[in-house]
Design a protein around this ligand. Structure first.
Ligand code: AP5
Length: 210
């Protein structure tokens, strides 16, 4: 099954992708995580992406499309995948079609902007493996330390309130039009994001299997 998780920054795409990929035994592919890894490793794609990401702007389509194309060609993606954070523009969605990728469902996780800004201030991510936590909704077992790898958990640079506002604006301008794009193809399902992560997971799995 090839799935796309669509939604505003902080809507919970990564959190739900983590749950659903275990349930369906397919990889979750996050362009945000791949770009952060590229920045950390100082690769050409990372160098091209950093300034855009720090400002909360989208990285140019050609950079992201290149990274995604290589990733979905890997062996573990042969039986399906969840795309978390891709496509983010109509041009990226069209590029996916040109690659010959058939998408089964596009799951929009809808959360109002006011709830997003509150959520983002509590997010913490692992410096080592990139795992994501929330100080209130998904805390680490030991404060400040990743459950999975023991590295430090920190606030993401682009989770500062002013950058979150800019990312939300970019989402509404450039990514939200994808809802119409996929609705016209009969592929869009919308899940209302709940305050409890597990409640959202139940709705997400039902939407995928329904
Ligand atoms: P990316 O990393 O994809 O960021 P994003 O889309 O802005 O999404 P987030 O990772 O911030 O949020 P999420 O929806 O995954 O939420 P999460 O599950 O973490 O991209 C970063 C940057 O990379 C972009 O700004 C751009 O520059 C660039 N980029 C990436 N892809 C690109 C592309 N295709 N084209 C161009 N540029 C691209 O949840 C958020 C928090 O809330 C967590 O702390 C979580 O624990 C908590 N939470 C989750 N669900 C719930 C719930 N139900 N109740 C309470 N808390 C919850």
């Amino acid at each position: 099954m090839n799935l796309i998780f669509l939604g505003a920054p902080g809507a919970g795409k990564g959190t739900q992708a983590e749950v659903v990929c275990k349930e369906l035994n397919i990889p979750a592919i996050s362009t945000g995580n791949m770009l952060r890894e590229a920045v950390k490793n100082g690769t050409p794609a990372g160098l091209a992406a950093k300034a855009y990401m720090d400002r909360g702007d989208l990285v140019p389509d050609e950079v992201v499309i290149g990274i995604l194309k290589d990733r979905i060609a890997e062996d573990d993606a042969k039986n399906g995948f969840i795309l978390d954070g891709f496509p983010r523009t109509v041009a990226q969605a069209e590029a996916l079609e040109k690659m010959g990728v058939n998408i089964d469902k596009v799951v929009e996780i809808h959360v109002p902007d006011e709830a997003i800004t509150a959520r983002m201030s509590g997010r913490r991510v692992c410096e080592g493996c990139g795992n994501s936590y929330h100080i209130q909704y998904k805390p680490t077992k030991v404060e400040g330390i990743c459950d999975a790898c023991g590295a430090k958990v920190v606030q993401r640079v682009d989770d500062k309130p002013e950058t979150v506002i800019s990312r939300l604006k970019t989402y509404h301008e450039k990514t939200a039009p994808l809802k119409d794009f996929y609705a016209a193809k009969g592929k869009l399902v919308t899940v209302e994001g709940q305050d409890e992560i597990s409640e959202t997971s139940k709705l997400t799995l039902a939407a995928i299997k329904g």
